[in-house]
Design a binder for this molecule. Structure first.
Ligand code: ZN
Length: 307
């Protein structure tokens, strides 16, 4: 359905959504009226989910990226920059959203990428002009939330940071962090078991967001493009098609916020079907855990895994 619209129209819609959100935040929000609770800003969905779990009823958590907005494209209004400046803590990942990277202050921010071992950014042919428009301007791959084990480590460190920011509730933050890390550990075990015995280990994706998931569960990610908004060259498509055929790939993955067109073209060429794998850059219909479990089911079907 999205593929029927031009891309500029889709971008216009997204920009409209951002403006609406900004306006909604400005009108009568309870920035300081949250009963003296520390204001904690989370840059985009998976971090917002994590911060809500760890902050619990002791922190007032707001998300910067509205549902349905591709977070790499986020632009900040003055209101949101002020929100970040006033916050006790801003939780973000350097390299995902340049606007956020610029707005945060070192003292009152927590960069989740500093909590884990990062993977190098996978560079393939696109480069040149396309590169600078994209959010990924760091030497590592920033999509670390797609590895539940790394996210568990982030939860623990976030608990420690919140404990420092709000010492009166230090123990409660640490307890909730431990509980969250435990739930993520369980999810990690489900993935490890569910993906241990598969017909193929090759993961062909439209947007190269699943490097950490691939790293953790020994899959091989082949991304058609690094940037969800750049059309890959015909040469890149036939290169990936060749690889996919050689690896016995039967499913090409696409995602909800990106036009499925590229994946469909490739699937046609390979004789494969398409399926949606959620990179969780935006709020899913359930929560992080349920969306990841949906991803696991999708992967098991597509890769021919037997539990
Ligand atoms: Zn991304």
């Amino acid at each position: 359905m999205m593929s029927g619209f031009s891309r500029s129209y889709a971008v216009g819609l997204l920009a409209g959504a951002t403006l609406l959100t900004t306006a909604a935040c400005g009108s009568g929000s309870a920035e300081t009226a949250a009963g003296g609770k520390p204001e904690v800003v989370a840059a985009f969905y998976p971090l917002q989910w994590l911060t809500e779990q760890v902050g619990g009823s002791d922190a007032h958590v707001t998300g910067l990226t509205a549902p349905g907005v591709e977070p790499h494209d986020l632009e900040l209004g003055i209101q949101q920059v002020t929100e970040i400046q006033k916050a006790a803590l801003t939780v973000y990942i350097k390299g995902v959203q340049p606007a956020v990277d610029e707005a945060v202050d070192a003292e009152t921010s927590f960069d989740a990428a500093t909590a884990v071992t990062t993977l190098p950014a996978s560079g393939h042919e696109e480069g040149e002009e396309g590169e600078e428009e994209h959010g990924h301007e760091v030497s590592y791959d920033p999509h670390l939330w797609l590895d539940p084990a790394r996210l568990a480590t982030v939860a623990t460190k976030l608990g420690e940071r919140l404990a420092v920011a709000d010492p009166a509730h230090a123990q409660a933050y640490k307890d909730r962090a431990a509980k969250t890390a435990g739930a993520l550990g369980t999810l990690d075990q489900e993935f490890a078991k569910g993906l241990s015995n598969c017909r193929t280990k090759s993961l062909v994706t439209a947007h190269e967001a699943f490097g950490y998931l691939a790293d953790r569960y020994k899959l091989k990610q082949v991304g058609i493009t690094l940037d969800p908004e750049t059309e890959p060259s015909p040469a890149r498509i036939s290169e990936v098609a060749k690889l996919a055929k050689a690896e016995g790939v039967t499913t090409i993955f696409t995602e909800s916020l990106v036009s499925p067109k590229v994946a469909e073209v490739l699937a046609n060429e390979v004789g494969a079907k398409t399926a949606v794998l959620d990179p969780l850059e935006s709020r899913p219909s359930g929560d992080y855990l349920s969306a990841m479990r949906d991803n696991l089911k999708t992967l098991q079907t597509a890769l021919g895994c037997t539990a």
